[in-house]
Design a binder for this molecule. Sequence first.
Ligand code: 9YT
Length: 127
Amino acid sequence: MIVRTLEECQQSERAVNGGNWESVRMLLKEDNMGFSFHITTIFANTETPIWYKNHLESVYCISGEGEIETCDDGKIYPIKPGTLYILDKNDKHLLRATADMQMACVFNPPLNGQEVHDDEGAYALAD
Ligand code: 9YT
């Protein structure tokens, strides 16, 4: 079994700054679970274009407030504590925070650990 705390992960290289966000990657590919698990803070008053072409992601809002817009159809969905959004179609989207949002994120396939968004808002596939 593996046990980690958010506090210890925040003090390590698991905490990755992506500009509009910081992601603490608590569970990674090397753990061989088939997914990765992150606690991410999306900073207030930001808009982040994201298109995870190579990954499926589910995101649960723990605290804060914002919205997500899906680019294909222009639909806007509010995000508040208790909201889960599921990018089951590798949906290209815009993520906006009006207050700092703390999110629990699950990625399949799992991240290696140090990924940040490329020009299209994607992560490369792990080796
Ligand atoms: C919610 C979201 O997609 N934020 C961007 C960072 C990403 N979730 C990550 O690497 O944890």
